[in-house]
Design a protein around this ligand. Sequence first.
Ligand SMILES: *Cc1c(COP(=O)(O)O)cnc(C)c1O
Length: 812
Amino acid sequence: MAPPVTVDGFVAQFLRNLNFDRGVALSASSITDQYFALAYTVRDYLVARWLEDQRRLRETQAKTVCYLSAEYLLGRQLDNDLLAGGLDEIATEALAACGIDIADLRDAEVEPGLGNGGLGRLAACFIDSLATMSVPNIGYGIRYEYGIFRQTFVDAQQVEQPDAWLTMGSPWEFPHPEAAQTVSFGGHTETYDDDGVTRTRWVPGWGVQAVPYNLMVPGFQNGRVNTLRLWSSVATDSFDLRVFNSGDYEEAVRAQTFAENISKVLYPEDSTPQGKELRLQQQYFFVAASIADFLSQMVPDDADLTALGDRVIFQLNDTHPVIAVPELMRVLVDEKKMEWDAAWAVTQQCFAYTCHTLLPEALEVWSVDLLGRLLPRHLEIIYRINAEFLLAVRERFGDDEMRIRDMSIIAEYPERSVRMAYLATVAGAKVNGVAELHSQLLRDKVLPAFDEFFPGKFTNVTNGVTPRRFMRLANPQLSGLLTDTLGAGWETDLDRLRGLEAFADDADFRAQFAEVKAANKRRLSEVLHARDGFDVSDGHMLDVMVKRLHEYKRQMLKVLHVVSTYESVVSGRVAASDLQPRTAVFGAKAAPGYQMAKRIIHLINAVGSVVNDDPRLEGRLKVLFPPNYNVTLAERVIPAADLSEQISLAGKEASGTGNMKFALNGALTIGTDDGANVEIRQLVGDENFFLFGMSEPEVEALWARGYKPSSFYQADDDLRRAIDLIASGVFSGGDRSVFEPLVSNLLYDDRFMVLADFTSYMAAQRRVDAAYADQDAWNRAAILNIARCGFFSSDRSMRDYIDRIWHTPPMV
Ligand SMILES: *Cc1c(COP(=O)(O)O)cnc(C)c1O
């Protein structure tokens, strides 16, 4: 039974948890003790609903969305669960009665960084929406012991620290070692006679245990609680006592170390996979455990497995979980003894695939060599799937060898390998891109032959973000204004933001909005001051670019804008007093092995320290780069932003979700026609969006003509002066060699066409400055951005998945 929802009841439960679970008295308790006791108390209120929902799910056998994702970038849980449970006010009061400021406990939480960036955060938004919409869902993933690294700067350069988020333990997880699944690897396959039928079985070489850790995923004040199940690897036999006693301590724990490595660290990659065996082990580890878990826990033993498609849809979040396809086939054919054709028909109903990229280097492939060694049976199954698929292609198109080679799941060059995106496309009931433009390019450019072969298989679901975390929690002041203006409940019906349109012309409302924005800037200034010693100057436009560091996202373009502005003042061509005061805020982690990205981080910091200290700027241009951009920092930065930088080369950003968070918090976007920017601009209107740069077809045309970055360098004086200034060494203490690789990359390669879009970008920034000078008009445009972006709620994304892909009815 949940404790009574009163302040007294909350106090009593909190003290009980402090005493009995932490074993300390209030007077002797640390912040960590108090944080844990509070977390346990919040759990206590949610757990009864959770158990009830799990029971009902088993009983009704309702069709369940199993979201398979190698990443969940959850952000802090305490605030989220307090809000979802409707407990925030009671908890605040109860803790105050104990002499505790709840804000101190919030700050004690280390966010679980089990994702790299947008893809992992998307998964977290989706499971939040599914719980809020009462859709039966289990999120499956990996409980990495170390999540995304903690970024620090030493001498202006990124240094990675391990993210030891579990050092203190986590109060949000429920471990269930008794429900562990065995996951096997290696070995060989053999055939055997099964009552006159020849069957194949896999004789694995080794295995590990997958231990589930369950987390609650509470819906927003609807009494629903779904499950996120993260798998942790442990050795099958923990250690060899005989070897240990003989004195060989290292050998005694070797198997243990080996097994535990599988869930040890999140791969700090963002869009370029590395052919690492451990990564394939991770992928198979979590999907094999998840499929076994769902079948054993949720499907009765006597169920008709040919109808499994009515019971479950496994949504593949990118290619990382695609090895689940041959795994389900193996389970159905080898273990459940289904006929191949029947099993394949079921499998095709049980999977759907979301593609997240257009970068060819990010389309995952596994060498046949490695796959055959690690998962020999799965390789056989993939070969058979491919053979039957190519047979069907031949039947349709004849012996068009070129086409066969292009569509084969097995690539022959540069080495024989399995194309995971193709496997997912062949197996999936549906394949979706993540924004209109992306889905179109996916069909036209990446997988056109598949689109032709499977009419109706490709669809679009534009990404979204949860308004609970990214508006209500991150921006309480704006949320209060919205509730006062629109009434309660907009958080779950974001189309109601439309109601703000009428207020955009209301001077009083604009003044209130301006006050909210100013308060959010003050709050950010306090946070950055405490965190990094930074101060945000009053009256500055906050110009924000926060996202992973990647060349295609073009942080370099933003740096060139800063450097060019700086150069124009120090050379005396522009008076500092004529500058619109601006603070450029960057936040970005680079993959540890991505040298070019790390050099860009170095340059941003180097430019920042020169610009910030130069008195000639009269404090009118500042660069802030707080380290370790994560969800917690995003929640502070985004509500304070005036300008949202979404400046990727057109055709490279699949969707983006940062762009949506900013627009919903009343920042105006300066952006290219890329990803979901296209849809943002269509919704908010051209007059409320700063568009610049080449369109995707223009990018293609320029490539086709032959792109010469140096000709752009020659043609634009401002660009030439900015690049020359970087090359001169003024940002590197006179050492010209430090940023030389960046300069020559821009001048002689520039894969992402930074130089080609520079002139247009600068012109757009001048429009931004002019617009910002009229604060009233700016605020009007910001309010219209909020009013018109309700479409980007992840609840809408979920409705689209349900209508177009999953066809799941809501749980009763
Ligand atoms: C939303 C979010 C992202 C994704 O940002 P994009 O601009 O879409 O790349 C990455 N990291 C964090 C912490 C986020 O909250």
